[in-house]
Write a protein that binds this ligand. Structure first.
Ligand code: AMP
Length: 281
């Protein structure tokens, strides 16, 4: 496996792979890799001859006062994990390599980014779309892999690919969870043991909602209210949002039917966590 730090070197290497007719899979990440990330790498391994994992904590997707400076980083551990999962190339550029000085062009989107995390984190998806577009242009992958953990992000990327004619197939993979249900996240590393226990309220509330829907409840606001009440009953949790929405448009659902996304975000102590479930009703 190769660790590459510059765009030029990566382009050269991939040009050669492409010339030999090899399919290229890209897994974009911010590093501090866990089994959730590695599930994407393994899936990419099965479907492509060449697998590139990018590791880049992207400053433009963090807002003022967010955790860009403290975001966990461990490139040595990450490259070991990538190699074990079968990656061929880790692309880990410095910020100065990734962004030209005084970069002024960005990718943005209407509507779909107005809600959920887009509403709580202004500018976040502009940063995500910009960096993912740059990675698509640098790597020119045949397929790119994203986790359902960031449900809104997958939708936004799919829409961007459709609307801007990127020639890449977007592949989604399910959320990987800890044994007790907590969705894996690099940010779980911030949690102390008490917070770690409190964080379970998110997956438990979603699980409870799934059960209520299976038992016949169809009122979106009742389900949303129920989740909010459960999360708010946890003293260490500060709820950001609960949304019961159409899984394709992110429009709120009065009646639960069709493809439904139930997404939550909350601060546990000072750590912002997200989780969601998708249901066909
Ligand atoms: P990140 O490093 O947080 O930017 O995540 C990189 C990719 O890994 C994104 O497509 C995420 O959705 C995905 N991912 C993160 N956590 C998980 C998880 N627990 N299960 C599945 N995919 C995940």
């Amino acid at each position: 496996m190769k660790l590459i730090k510059t765009k030029a070197e990566l382009r050269d290497m991939l040009k050669e792979e492409r010339r030999r007719g090899k399919g290229i899979g890209l897994v974009p990440t911010m590093g501090y890799l866990h089994e959730g990330h590695l599930s994407l790498v393994k899936k990419a391994r099965q479907e492509n001859e060449t697998v590139v994992v990018s590791i880049f904590v992207n400053p433009t997707q963090f807002g003022e006062g967010e955790d860009y400076g403290t975001y966990p980083r461990d490139l040595n551990q990450d490259t070991d994990r990538c190699e074990e999962a079968g990656a061929d190339i880790v692309f880990a550029p410095e910020v100065e390599e990734m962004y030209a000085q005084k970069s002024a062009a960005f990718v943005d989107m209407d509507r779909l980014t107005d809600r959920l995390c887009g509403a709580s984190r202004p500018g976040h998806f502009r940063g995500v779309m910009t960096v993912v577009s740059k990675l698509f242009n640098i790597v020119r992958p045949d397929r790119a892999y994203f986790g359902q953990k960031d449900a809104q992000q997958v939708l936004v990327i799919k829409r961007m690919v459709r609307d801007l004619d990127f020639d890449v197939q977007i592949v989604e993979a399910p959320i990987v969870r800890e044994a007790d249900g907590l969705a894996m996240s690099s940010r779980n590393a911030y949690l102390n043991p008490t917070e770690r226990a409190a964080a379970l309220v998110l997956s438990r509330a979603l699980c409870g909602a799934r059960q209520r829907i299976e038992d016949g409840e169809r009122r979106g606001d009742v389900i949303g209210f129920d989740i909010a009440r459960q999360i708010s009953s946890e003293p260490l949790a500060d709820l950001d949002y609960v949304e019961v929405v159409d899984a394709k448009t992110l429009e709120p659902l009065r009646e639960i039917r069709g493809s439904v996304l139930i997404a939550v975000a909350a601060r546990i102590g000072s750590t912002r966590l997200i989780d969601n479930i998708k249901l066909e009703v």
